[in-house]
Design a binder for this molecule. Structure first.
Ligand code: AMP
Length: 477
């Protein structure tokens, strides 16, 4: 086992009380194939939108795990030398974006633990809702934690159970204890394992290559890696890939699907399919429905690039109002949320977007954004457009008002910071300075997602969480 970060100075963990991450995970199974870490590297590149804070790869050669993880974008973290040293038949990778407090390399993934059953590497997307409780219990029983992330609770429980059980049984025993959202890729021994929580909140899908399998948060990586999507991991399912075969274990037969609607609204790439629904088509339908639900007379539909663009095309198509460019995005500035601090978030709107004055001057504009969370972004853009001479700016949001926080891995913050939690649509309209404001309905979103109304988590839009939240009072202490 080798950790290439031997010379790093690590800050002590314990500063980030809260567990919340937006992440992407990849696992590649290709025994005998050279350069497996490079495949994971390319996969992580294609999942970079899911997390820009840290990146890591763990490669497993006959049970011996080498890993490298660091703060930064995938291309900043890895170079040829590192990738070439990560040899193995199986490799997993992770990109992470934590949303509160400071972020440190110590919390980067994959996590590697050394159990009685051998080394285990684990990468997790999602949030547990009982991690603090479990962590307290484990600490009381003498367990030391190296990180402040909930994923280590999963790793610790697996390692603890493995004394008396096989790896698969240890994972299943752990999954009976942890609650929340998790898409996991795990490697140990000669296995690559994928797990999706009983509600299937976060996505995880399976790709097939000529010489093996790929597990990924999103299917958009498959064409790049010469794989084809075979299916999604089912809610409450564990898939075990070993000896060139994929075996399915339904570890929770009461599994009740509640896939995250926000993956379709904002988070996933449009060229991904989640649970059989293409993200681009869902987003476009959101825009079309929005045009029917919230029509307005205008000269041009523009989008807040890039996340509002597909819905804006749908809005333009359904309304008959021509689509045009109004905002130019600097592609080299990260997502607005990349800086968790409010001052930076405000500045980064200006760093990221500028107005095409010639195209908006004197026009009545419909501006489509995929979502309004805190309300910071839209108000600033409305002002940019008006300052550039737009006659009217009508804000249309291709998702419902975000009224409640997410406890399952999307950065929708404390209720107090959500503009729609305690403001009416009219009030928000006034606050943003828009001439009118319209949101997509919850039903409109469910219809666009097309996974069945009861199979989708829309808790951030209606407060109806798919499970109990034992740490509700603790999240924003
Ligand atoms: P806000 O200023 O908080 O209203 O930000 C809304 C903007 O942030 C929208 O344009 C979205 O594209 C983007 N956004 C929404 N949700 C998230 C999220 N969970 N993480 C990062 N960006 C987001």
């Amino acid at each position: 086992m080798m950790n290439f970060n031997e010379n790093d100075i690590r800050t002590e963990a314990g500063f980030d009380e809260h567990f919340h991450d937006e992440c992407g995970v990849v696992g590649v199974y290709a025994p005998g194939k050279e350069d497996i870490a490079r495949s994971v590297y390319f996969g992580l590149h294609a999942l970079q939108h899911r997390g820009q804070e840290s990146a890591g790869i763990a490669a497993n050669k006959a049970g011996k795990i080498q890993y490298y993880k660091e703060m930064g974008l995938v291309q900043e973290v890895f170079n040829d030398e590192i990738i070439e040293r990560l040899q193995g038949d199986i490799a997993i990778g992770h990109v992470r974006y934590s949303t509160a407090g400071e972020s440190h390399a110590v919390n980067a993934m994959p996590l590697v633990v050394y159990s009685k059953g051998g080394s285990i590497a684990l990468a997790h997307n999602g949030n547990l809702v009982n991690a603090n409780i479990l962590r307290d219990e484990l600490q009381d029983s003498g367990f030391f934690f190296q990180t402040t992330i909930d994923s280590e609770v999963i790793a610790a429980l697996i390692a603890r159970h493995i004394r008396e059980n096989s790896l698969e049984d240890s994972i299943i025993k752990t999954l009976k204890i942890v609650k929340g959202a998790y898409a996991l890729v795990i490697t140990s021994g000669e296995k690559l394992i994928g797990v999706r929580d009983p509600n299937g909140i976060r996505p995880l899908c399976i790709g097939k290559t000529s010489d093996g399998f790929i597990l990924s948060s999103e299917s958009c990586i498959f064409s790049l890696l010469g794989a084809r999507l075979i299916r999604d991991v089912e809610p409450g399912e564990m898939v075990v890939i070993e000896g060139g075969e994929l075996k399915s274990v339904k570890y929770d037969k009461t599994a009740k699907k509640a896939g995250c609607a926000f993956e379709f609204v904002y988070f996933s790439r449009p060229d991904s399919d989640i649970d059989g629904r293409n993200v681009y088509l869902a987003r476009k339908e959101c825009g079309k429905t929005l045009a029917k639900e919230c029509p307005v007379e205008a000269d041009m539909v523009i989008s807040v690039p890039d996340s509002g663009t597909v819905a804006a095309i749908g809005y333009a198509e359904a309304s008959g109002i021509p689509y045009g460019d109004g905002l130019i995005k600097n592609r080299y500035v990260g997502r607005t949320f990349i800086q968790p601090d409010q001052r930076m978030r405000e500045l980064s709107v200006r760093l990221k977007l500028s107005v095409l004055s010639e195209n908006v001057k004197g026009k009545r504009i419909v501006m489509i954004d995929d979502s309004v969370v805190r309300g910071t972004t839209s108000g600033k853009i409305v002002k940019l457009l008006k300052d550039a001479g737009a006659k009217e700016v009508h804000l249309r949001v291709a998702s419902p008002p975000v009224t409640d926080p997410c406890f399952f891995g999307i950065d929708t913050p404390d209720k107090k910071k959500l503009i729609a939690a305690d403001h009416s649509v009219e009030e928000i309209c006034k606050m943003t300075g828009a001439d009118s404001l319209g949101y997509l309905s919850v039903q409109g979103l469910l219809d666009a997602v097309r996974l069945g109304d009861n199979n989708v988590c829309v808790a951030c839009f209606n407060g109806e969480y798919p499970m109990e939240l034992p740490e509700l009072g603790r999240k924003f202490e």
